[in-house]
Ligand binder design. Structure first.
Ligand code: CAO
Length: 514
């Protein structure tokens, strides 16, 4: 018969989060075996199975929120081991009496090794709390306490070999403690009842069921260790076991956490402090504007670039008086032909010439920082300001294009960028980026390198300034340039050489034809 198991009465709690699902379809479960673990802000509690059988369906997942009556799983009770129903409920023991706890019926196993003792003398234990863990060559199983009380005496040690009926401990059962639980099977594999030896006559040996084999596909750890790990948020699949056959014990979980705390943060994933989370409504009226997709993508890329590349920004003013004269002479013709000849076309040509002269700037550092990849092509990225945010389309093979072609193409790619028509591949493969704010204003700034490129040129607004020609101050048009470079790849001298050469090219554009 299939039974649908629901969340029992959990007091006043509602919508409690499931932090762990402890069973999967196909698992055999015993009465009281935990199916899921719930955690409210006040308590953590397991939801036990009220029946024994085979899980046919799990109806919840970690992270779900549940309340009393919500379905948890379906269990086929026909698969229940017949012996379980034959287990007699032990009579309630007398209050305030010492009671011996002995090894329960563990099937055909004899001389099974104790691999972990989970309590010490003086500990107070609850009914079903695991006392020790046994391991045969086929199975690992916890032996739970059948009664609640203080452990007065422990008779066993790690490594001892024990069989059914051997003494484990004397427990001083407290008067207030609950009586022995009915079929006390929790934490033992299905079909292996644990009981106080006083009731041993009521038991029949049960063979170990095949379900135990499944344990070995999970991290090899006892229920107590699993609970401990869960409390600390440790994923046992990342913990190395030091127990027999690689079994994970409590000490391994502690060592794992210690190791994580001591490990220096990974370069690729720096641990950053969280930004302040302020409720600005406390201070005045506010409006919330969701960030656009482009805003979010570029924010993540800019942050990564800023963190990964040690930036240095080198500035210079280029004398573009003659270049501007030439550009103006082309501007009219461009306008007649439906495009704009802005300074940017010249800046791209000068970038190609400078990259040819300084090949280390036309390179990318491999992520393992072992090699530099030098590029033989010249694709120049151009930062474009759009209503949805910043994008960087790439003008390909700029070395093979003249000023007019570049100017026309720039008009197309910036129009496409602003209309949101750029494709992913239009923004890939850049060698070097130019960010031109000259049409807007401002002087020098610190552009952020567009990794995996190693340098970026920031261009600001040109202005006529007094220039000392050796005898007089003469008016010259000066263009502020800011070159940021990745100091892992380019040293300061190379940065200064590159930008000086670049400025010289703009100062005498005839050299662009060389
Ligand atoms: N100094 C003075 N004037 C300049 C100039 C400069 N450095 N650069 C351009 N101008 C002039 C142009 O000649 C043009 O003048 P006219 O209107 O008289 O023809 C005007 O400013 C506007 O130019 P533009 O912006 O239309 O064209 P552009 O080729 O200079 O730039 C583009 C194109 C797409 C790069 C630009 O429009 C843009 O989006 N810039 C912003 C880039 C950006 O946001 N960078 C920041 C990235 S880091 O956050």
């Amino acid at each position: 018969m299939i039974e649908k198991i629901t969340v029992p009465d959990i007091g006043d709690f509602e919508n409690v989060e499931i932090i762990d699902v402890l069973v999967a379809p196909g698992d055999k479960v015993t009465v009281e075996q935990s199916l899921i673990t719930l955690e409210s802000d006040k308590a953590t509690m397991d939801v036990p199975s009220p029946v024994a059988g085979t899980v046919t369906e799990v109806l919840v997942k970690s992270g779900d929120k549940v309340s009393q009556g919500n379905p948890v799983a379906c269990i086929d009770t026909a698969a229940q081991m017949p012996e379980q129903s034959a287990v007699a409920t032990p009579p309630p023991p007398a209050a305030d009496t010492d009671q011996e706890v002995r090894v329960p019926n563990i099937g055909d196993f004899k001389d099974v090794a104790i691999i972990e003792i989970l309590v010490t003398e003086g500990d107070y234990v609850n009914v079903e709390q695991p006392l020790l863990t046994l391991e045969s060559d086929k199975a690992t199983m916890d032996v739970p306490s059948p009664i609640a009380g203080a452990i007065r005496k422990l008779f066993v040690h790690t490594g001892d070999k024990i069989s059914e009926g051997d003494r484990i401990a004397v427990v001083a059962q407290s008067a207030a403690a609950p009586a022995a639980a009915p079929p006390p099977e929790t934490n033992l594999p299905a079909g292996i009842p644990a009981e106080p030896v006083t009731d041993k006559s009521a038991q029949k040996p049960a063979p170990l069921p095949p379900v135990i084999e499944k344990e070995y596909t999970k991290p090899h750890a006892g229920p107590a260790t699993r609970r401990f790990a869960r409390e600390l948020g440790v994923d046992l699949s990342h913990v190395e076991g030091s127990g027999r056959k690689g079994r994970i014990i409590r000490e391994d979980v502690k060592a794992h956490i210690k190791n994580l705390m001591q490990k220096p943060p990974d370069n690729a994933a720096p641990v950053l402090p969280a930004p302040p989370d302020v409720d600005f409504r406390k201070f005045g009226e506010v409006e919330i504007h969701p960030l656009s997709r482009i805003n979010k993508l570029s924010a993540a890329a800019l942050h990564r670039n800023w963190l990964l590349a040690p930036h240095v920004t080198q500035c210079i003013e280029a004398d573009i008086t003659d270049m501007e004269e030439f550009r103006q002479s082309l501007a009219q013709e461009a306008k007649r032909n439906g495009y704009k000849m802005t300074p940017l076309a010249f800046l791209i040509k000068a970038a190609v010439a400078s990259l040819k002269k300084f090949p280390r700037f036309n390179a990318s550092l491999q992520p393992d920082e072992e090699n530099l990849v030098l590029k033989k092509y010249f694709h120049i990225g151009v930062a474009v300001d759009t209503p949805n945010g910043l994008v960087v389309p790439v003008l390909r093979d700029a070395d093979r294009k003249g000023l007019t072609d570049i100017a026309r193409e720039l008009a197309d790619i910036s129009a496409n960028a602003r209309d949101g028509k750029l494709k992913r591949e239009d923004m890939q493969g850049g060698c070097f980026t130019i960010s031109s704010l000259g049409g807007i204003g401002g002087s020098f700034f610190t552009p952020l390198i567009n990794l995996p490129e190693v340098a970026i040129l920031g261009v600001s607004r040109a202005e006529i300034k007094p220039h000392w020609d050796g005898e007089n101050f003469v008016p010259r048009r000066k263009l502020p340039l800011s070159l940021s470079y990745d100091h892992r790849v380019i040293d300061g001298a190379a940065g200064a050489r590159f930008i000086t050469y670049y400025a010289e090219l703009l100062g005498d554009i005839r050299r662009l034809t060389l």
